[in-house]
Design a protein around this ligand. Structure first.
Ligand code: FEO
Ligand code: CA
Ligand code: CA
Ligand code: CA
Length: 579
């Protein structure tokens, strides 16, 4: 099993209580400020955000995108940096005055522009970071930005469309959920629920693979296919194959073409947790966030060269993808696990079993994972590697389908109808992330000890003062504090009574202690986490405050339209966050 032993980080703040207020709360001695909100222009001469959904598509293409999620900080100097921030999706009830009820081609273009990635420079003035408008680094990447398809699936028949017979040039990225960053200075943005943007007015069946990925005639309500034929699966049945990837972006080169990295597999990507193994191989841990889907790992073919960053640029182009299979002694929430290689010709990934070649294994990675007997998980969200490099953690956010057919209760998914979630921890054998074997246990099972007195009360490190549900965002600072962000039920009723709004907590991975650090406004989730180089400013994301017309006016107050925002947290004494 996994040893929790190790040095406990200093956690010096006093916990905050749960809250249902339409604001942020932080511990005594801390302050928060808004850095940027949806619709803020990145360039001068672009119209400011207007309440009531009144901005144009052209403006949105130069404004900060909507529903910010994962983000990374790339330092330029002590007081200058670039932030790259995902804009996962958009809420039509706030994007349009008509709330999506009378869509036009212009509206679709605006929605497409609200997605993707926002890259911009920030500078520190009088102790606080602020946007540098018109910086040469400022850039919007959205659903129509040209991107290169790289790796084993590039140019394959499955990737070809009428508009791109080469199968190598995709247009755009969307549903950019969480992220990763590389030691060679690039940003990784992960495409999650891409399927919801495709649809058709005719009844189209894309077969078992379409079904597995949720691509069908009815979209999630975005209505892009009605005005942009690319998203009509009757006319362009393969366009969807070009989404569901990890995309690598060079934030320091605003003219660079983003690269879709097909070697990392196609699924509903959450984040990309990258570590350089002792032997120099790049290892990337990857969750596929859907009920009963899987946990993956990529190992680069070539080695990282710390002395020549240019030589590292394409390390994510070639390598091996693996998927996790867990085992446990009956009744134990700990055990062993193995990584199973997803390489054509191995482990039953053969033509006889329906896999023509490696590109097919990657484009339909979910089907390959099932073929090799991967463990179905309770929605793997973020993965984070402890700064010691020895342990890896992953949030399994919740899974109401646990216990149904094909999703047996047990191992790392120990509760049927799991509406609270858990965080799993594993340790590769010999501390080697390229090892095929690992040991695992559960770091925490979330729950509600006020409502339940069984497994749904949560593990022993959950109590009435720190309870939460649906862990999602996850990250470490270099001192080893583990930061947990939630995307759960905020009804504050029934099973969720006493939990309040979504929140952020800080955990000690050695002792198991968990303390609430922050609470968010009404109907938001807290997602996205990065720090300034000196760790005295923490940047976090407040996503979809007031979703579904819930009563939020964050951050503007009054009667203003609620806006997803990036928030900066500092200690009033200027110290390191969390200490
Ligand atoms: Fe976009 Fe799985 O969260
Ligand atoms: Ca998430
Ligand atoms: Ca989530
Ligand atoms: Ca989200």
């Amino acid at each position: 099993s996994v040893s929790g032993k190790g040095l406990s980080p200093d956690i010096g703040f006093k916990a905050v209580p749960a809250s249902t207020a339409d604001t942020i709360t932080v511990p005594e001695g801390y302050r928060w400020d808004t850095l940027i909100s949806w619709g803020d222009p990145l360039f001068s001469g672009i119209e400011n955000f207007k309440d009531g959904g009144l901005n144009s598509a052209a403006a949105q293409e130069k404004q900060f995108g909507d529903n910010n999620d994962g983000m990374s900080f790339f330092p330029l100097s002590d007081d200058r940096a670039i932030l790259a921030i995902n804009n996962e999706y958009t809420n039509y009830e706030y994007l349009f005055a008509h709330q999506g009820k009378q869509m036009t081609a212009e509206d679709v273009r605006k929605a497409q522009a609200a997605h993707g990635v926002s890259v911009f420079e920030i500078e520190k003035k009088n102790g606080s970071w602020q946007l540098v408008k018109d910086s040469r680094y400022n850039r919007r990447i959205h659903a129509n930005t040209p991107m290169m398809i790289t790796g084993p699936a590039a140019g394959h028949d499955l990737m070809k469309t009428e508009d791109d017979p080469s199968g190598t040039l995709a247009l755009g990225t969307f549903n950019n959920c969480a992220n990763g960053e590389t030691p060679w200075g690039t940003y990784l943005t992960c495409e999650e629920n891409f399927n919801g943007y495709f649809g058709s007015s005719s009844d189209v069946d894309l077969g078992a693979d379409g079904k597995r990925y949720g691509v069908k005639s009815t979209d999630s309500g975005y209505q892009w296919h009605k005005f942009d034929e690319r998203f009509d699966i009757a006319k362009h049945p393969q366009e969807n194959h070009r989404f569901g990837w990890v995309v690598e972006i060079d934030p320091k080169n605003p003219n660079s073409t983003p690269k879709k990295r097909t070697a990392l597999g196609r699924f509903k990507h959450e984040n990309a947790a990258l570590t350089i193994n002792e032997g120099g191989h790049v290892v990337v841990y990857l969750g596929d966030d859907q009920r009963g889907e899987h946990l993956y790992k990529f190992v680069s073919r070539n080695r990282y060269n710390p002395d020549n960053q240019d030589a590292n640029r394409d390390l994510l182009e070639e390598g091996t993808l693996y998927v996790a299979r867990f085992s446990s002694a009956s009744g134990k929430a700990s055990g062993r696990g193995e990584w199973i290689e997803l390489t054509h010709g191995k482990n039953g990934l053969t033509a006889a079993n329906g896999f023509k070649d490696q590109a097919e294994v990657l484009v339909f990675a979910r089907r390959a994972a099932t073929q090799v007997g991967a463990t179905t998980m309770d929605r793997p969200e973020w993965v984070a590697v402890h700064p010691s490099g020895k342990q890896v953690f992953c949030t399994l956010t919740n899974n109401k389908n646990r216990g149904k057919e094909g999703q047996p209760v047990g191992g790392p998914n120990p509760r049927a109808k799991n509406n609270y979630g858990q965080i799993i921890r594993w340790q590769p054998d010999n501390g080697d992330h390229t090892s095929m074997d690992f040991s695992w246990d559960l770091f925490v099972m979330a729950g509600n000890p006020d409502v339940h007195n069984d497994a749904y009360a949560g593990s022993s490190n959950i109590n009435k003062d720190n309870m939460f549900n649906s862990p999602d965002g996850l990250g470490f600072d270099p001192e080893g504090r583990m930061w947990i962000q939630t995307d759960g039920k905020y009804s504050n009723k029934g099973d969720f009574e006493g939990m309040g709004n979504n929140q952020m907590l800080c955990a000690d991975p050695a002792s198991g202690e968990i303390r609430r650090f922050l609470t968010g406004p009404v109907a938001c989730e807290i997602t996205g986490l990065t720090f300034s180089s000196d760790y005295t400013t923490m940047f976090i994301g407040v996503q979809h405050p007031g979703e579904d017309l819930k009563p939020s006016h964050f951050p503007g107050g009054g009667n203003s339209t609620p806006r997803s925002s990036v928030i900066m947290i500092r200690k009033e004494d200027g110290g390191v966050i969390g200490s």
